[in-house]
Write a protein that binds this ligand. Structure first.
Ligand SMILES: C[S@@+](CC[C@H](N)C(=O)[O-])C[C@H]1O[C@@H](n2cnc3c(N)ncnc32)[C@H](O)[C@@H]1O
Length: 266
């Protein structure tokens, strides 16, 4: 590890390893869920940019604990450019979410039914050039949004990683045209020093004349018009008494910490 690089094995990394999650990102989804109750009454979820699979693990666990959801109703479709180790109950597609074929494959996996929740934790390989990274991130969000418009049930929820850069209001106001409520959520697991947040879009209600199309067009974010739009609330998620992801904690914080390499499914 170079001198300047941050040690990513922070307290949430250690919790993830102890809890047998594939990545610390699991805690981001769990903290947003704690605040906004993402899973009650739902059974069909698409997890975009899912590798190595910790969000899919959380989704599978949460749906399994829902009283009114039978195994028969449950459908979890996970998509990533990279191959993922198998996960029980999760159907996987290896593909690029900006490509039409991937959207078509997702629709096929859903077997003519809608999804109730579309997630996207997609992140490009950051270059360190802020404008460029934000642009690529916005394209991923728009590609995920386009897939959501093809598969989401009316009233459904879309949650996607967002870089809070200079075009963020343009993106958010675009989302506000399609969802009744748009909130920017920042889980405690997401470092304060990072521009990462999550756009939580609730109650999908497209305009009646809107026709979803699998031909994902990469939209020029800067060219989208910014109509008058209501303010977008910002919500920090996760207990204030919880751990701070920018702080180094002693190993004992996790009890008798013992590093275990993750292997196999589950
Ligand atoms: C932060 S990781 C996701 C972590 C995941 N949510 C988890 O909990 O394990 C970001 C992922 O985005 C994927 N990704 C980036 N661009 C993509 C694209 N165009 N299509 C599909 N996946 C993409 C990367 O391959 C990477 O696995």
């Amino acid at each position: 590890m170079g001198k300047s690089s941050r040690d990513k094995r922070d307290v949430y990394y250690r919790f993830a390893k102890e809890g047998r999650f594939r990545a610390r990102s699991a805690y981001k989804l769990m903290q947003i869920d704690e605040e906004f109750d993402l899973f009650t009454g739902i059974s069909r979820v698409v997890d975009l940019c899912a590798a190595p699979g910790s969000w899919s693990q959380v989704v599978a666990q949460r749906l399994a604990s829902e009283k009114d959801v039978t195994d028969r109703d449950v459908k979890i479709v996970a998509v990533d450019l990279q191959a993922m180790a198998p996960l029980q109950g999760v159907e996987q597609i290896q593909g690029d979410i900006t490509k039409k074929e991937t959207s078509e494959a997702i629709i096929e996996h859903l077997e003519g039914k809608f999804a109730h929740l579309v997630l996207c934790d997609g992140a490009p390989d950051v270059t360190g050039l802020p404008d460029f990274d934000e642009y690529i991130q916005a394209q991923l969000l728009l590609a995920a949004f386009n897939i959501a418009t093809n598969v989401l049930s009316p009233g459904g929820t879309f949650l996607a990683k967002l870089f809070c850069g200079k075009d963020v209001m343009t993106l958010l106001s675009h989302l506000q045209r399609f969802f009744k409520q748009v909130i920017v959520a920042k889980p405690r697991t997401s470092r304060n020093s990072s521009i990462e947040s999550f756009a939580l879009c609730k109650t999908y209600c497209p305009l009646s004349q809107y026709m979803p199309n699998v031909n994902t067009t990469v939209l020029p974010v800067a060219g989208l018009s910014v109509p008058d739009h209501p303010p977008v609330p910002f919500k920090a998620c996760g207990s204030e008494m919880g751990y701070d992801s920018d702080t180094n904690y002693p190993l004992q914080v996790c009890g008798n910490y013992e590093h275990r390499d993750w292997s196999g499914s589950g």
